[in-house]
Design a protein around this ligand. Sequence first.
Ligand code: ATP
Ligand code: MG
Length: 420
Amino acid sequence: MSELILKPKGTNDALPEESYRWQYVESVLRDAAADFGYREIRFPTFEYTELFVRGVGDTTDVVQKEMFTFTDRGGRSVTLRPEGTASAVRSYLENSLYGPGLPVKLFYIAPNFRGEQPQAGRYREFHQFGVEYLGSPCPAADAEVIGVYSDILERLSIKNIRLQINSIGCPKCRPVFHAALKAYFQSKKDRLCGSCLERMERNPLRILDCKSPVCGEIAADSPVGLDYLCDECKNHFEETKSMLDAMGIGYEINPKIVRGLDYYTRTVFEFVSTDLGAQSTVCGGGRYDGLIETLGGHPTPGLGFAAGLERMLLVMDAQGIPIPKPEGCRIFVASLGSAADKPVQKLVNDLRKLGVKAERDTMGRGLKAQMKYADRLGAAFSMVLGDNELEAGKASIKDMATGSTFECLLSAEDIKNAVT
Ligand code: ATP
Ligand code: MG
């Protein structure tokens, strides 16, 4: 096949036969977001690179290895958005969304771009649904945000997903944990990968997120952050858990979850599927109380999550969850003879304006071929307009499923009432 018509590596088309599945999931996400009080934010597809370096963190894989960065014509470095939180917080600050008062609850559905090795569930362009809850330091906000995704899974009938939570502390207690981690990894440093050696110096927490199996094995026995939490962080974690208990949301504690971004504090969580292979995390999130300040705002707590739409659809596929198909053609209006051409065009147009999915032939086909086309469209009803019908002002409508026919006046209103 010619290179010209091959899509770039790691990207996907959503073809007409499957795009309804996306529309369905997106509509469920939008409804859930609205019910939980989140309003949509849309932001640009690219931002100045510095935003992501600061807002995602320069020790993360995303910033170090995965960004699509280029120089614009004015010589400024710009980057295709690799994740939504930095953009959402940038816009919150730029547009003073905090003006009317806190909290500010935002959601987005947007494509992201990361230069990763493509495989099932991992692409270079992928889509995320995300929420950001800005302003609240309370565990109730943590529980609510987790609750949003938990509810979404229920709305989509997705099963076999485990919620794993952890707390990674705050700038007050984390240095002690960092020091313990560093000492531990220092003692294993001949086996760590090159990236982790660097991580050990700059942010040893990152090692827990390394995808290399050897580093994973070493990390399995590393000190556990929960043992190093200060009293405030401990209380916050306990309160969050009892809020989840009160909401009837089950969870496991996974002390190895640290999340990919640098500015997470306290609660971090992942929803993990047992039906996906290596790419098993469908949703990840947490608290980022340091982020807004890092981007130049007043110190403001915040938290959120991002969930991959491709992985959600993969799980739904794996679990055979049916997705309602959109309605097809309601009525096919065939034409017989050239005199019928314009009346058919007008009738089909009038029907569509009334909200009836009507179709006609525009390929100059004969009647037999037109009816074949009606079959292919899956038309529920069909009718033929020829000289006789035009003269009589009525035609017979055929129910394509049963073969039965009935007479109807040639008015769009009457036809609509007859076929809907
Ligand atoms: P992973 O550990 O799988 O690389 P991550 O920690 O990089 O994930 P986040 O940045 O937290 O992921 O993004 C949240 C969610 O977005 C993931 O749980 C996943 O569902 C989805 N996601 C992330 N990267 C990709 C990708 N390259 N392709 C498809 N979905 C992705
Ligand atoms: Mg990743």
